[in-house]
Ligand binder design. Sequence first.
Ligand code: C2O
Length: 654
Amino acid sequence: MCRRAVVHHAHNSDGQPQRGASHDRQQFCTDIMEARSAGSVSKFMLERKSLGGVSAMMIRRQIMWAASVCAIVLCMQVSIQSVGAEPVLASSLGSCKPVPVLKGAPLHCCLPEPKRAPIRFKFPRIPRTSSGRPILRERKPAHVLSKDPEYVRKYNLAYERMKALPDTDPRSFYSQWRVHCSFCNEAFQQRKTPGPLGPETGVLLQVHYSWTFLPWHRMYLYYHERILASLINDPTFALPFWNWDNQLDKDAAKMPAMFFPDFGVPNAALFDEFRNSNHFPPKILYLGYNSKLEAEGQQNLTDQQIKYENLCVMYNQVTTKVSARDFLGGPYVVGTDNSAATVNVSAGEVPGESGGMESVHNVAHEWTGLINDPDHPDNEDMGNFIFAARDPIFYTHHSNVDRLWDVWKTLPDKITKSGHRKRMDYNSRDFLDSEFTFFDENQDMVIVKVRDSLNSAKLGVKYTDVSESDNLWINYEPMPAQESSKTCNASDYPKPSPHGDNYIGTDPVSFKLDRRAPTNKDCQEKGLSNVDELQENVVLEKVKIPHADYARFDMFINYPAAHRQSHLYMAEYVGTFTHLPSGMVDMSNSVSETSSESEKYRIVTIRYSVNAALKRLGITDYNTDIVVTIVSKGKRNSSPKSGFEFSDLKQDFQ
Ligand code: C2O
């Protein structure tokens, strides 16, 4: 059965053999069989069989066609998270505070002033073929481009020239990484009125931990790529994408070869000295990765097991997340400082809330940077948002993140009870009118809104179709639930304390979660017409995380025996939250200029999407309470006693 699936995969719609040896696929099938000691192997294989490149492509086209036809109808029922607040407005002008790091003096990530008055964003003019088809820049997989010396030569040259520009030039590599360092580490303040010179609110800016994560990084890449292209006078130049979610092609999930020495063509501008050599090829990125377990020598999985867990993590972080909030993250509105522990929830402020995509993206950061190196407590480069963009690999990583946002929007629902909710971005004004500035290839400061970022094609960008490997996690199904999980008795476990003093310690913790049925009100608040379209969530409220710490919480339902080495391909696993150090205040030595107790922590909401897991566990009603187990895989420097405090554990609907 496995063999037939392989043959089917190896041909595209024209009946031509596709790139990538069928040997890889065959090996992968064998690997998977070995990885699973028991369970639904045959089901897994059946699924793979129905996922040929042909049908996958057609399905995606049909979905896109249906999307445009139904646009008007569907916009009536979008998941509108109407926060009734004002959009976040920000620019790189005005006050800019130094960013504290653990080792060394605070960094100035401030950006140069523009030479001319800032301009408004305009969509690029997109060239067309003689038959009128748009010619888009095609971002291709890095493992494929690593076999294209001509591309790597060009790519390297572009970075060489970018690195040769003076630091005062906003297009320089130095300025480019400072864009990330400043917007992602609370260097700037939010503004009161649109435009880069509006009065400042005094509230610090942070584009992670919310719905601005994907749009902001998309526009960052957009300008970064255009600058590279202009430096080599090649308007067709496109960034590669590091296809780390791809478990099918042998090299896809490794750090791409083009970033390493001995490449054959000059590529030194793509190197970075601050990468974890333990994870160099042939190691593949492990999305279940935990630096602490690795340091303890307890993370010894085979490649087959890693691939299998990776599929399950992707499934739980992308496929099962249907609502905008689950995938993109929570609202971020003016006046909210999601960088501090001072979020006033009763005054309507919303704590930081990463979406599923952001959490899984953090793993690649952690894995690539120098975590576990005592000489590098800042986990530079990739393992810390302050330094991450100093590694050229950063931009290929984000290119894949950006691609996955596009893929997410094309996925059929199949998760909520209705099974046919459309996945869409938020459409509230406070999301769409969020505003930032970037520098373009002409050194002009451009004012960009989130609404400008939502359609890749309008930005002149497309991604190579890798649906064959995407489909492995899109249509993935974890192993069947264990009988004991189906009959697990929730009343044997404590409810979270109503006084808010709950802890996630070094050992896994389990709680009973009371469930209720959704009401029409839940539905109306989201702009949906039917309760069956709702996404059911388990939410950890007001989790207190030190800025300087790495944290990871994996959640399991009805499996209180879960522990740090439980396999993530189990039916009971429902997803992962990860936090990377950023905007840090030195925890060991509170001399930092701004450090008050509350400023050392970030308060976040963590949302897990459980519809699919409940179904696997045979829980189809809303009367059955569940046991929620949180397995903490951080924090790096924690003493066994200390843990992460959180206020409550709740069911929610989106
Ligand atoms: Cu702003 Cu991958 O981070």
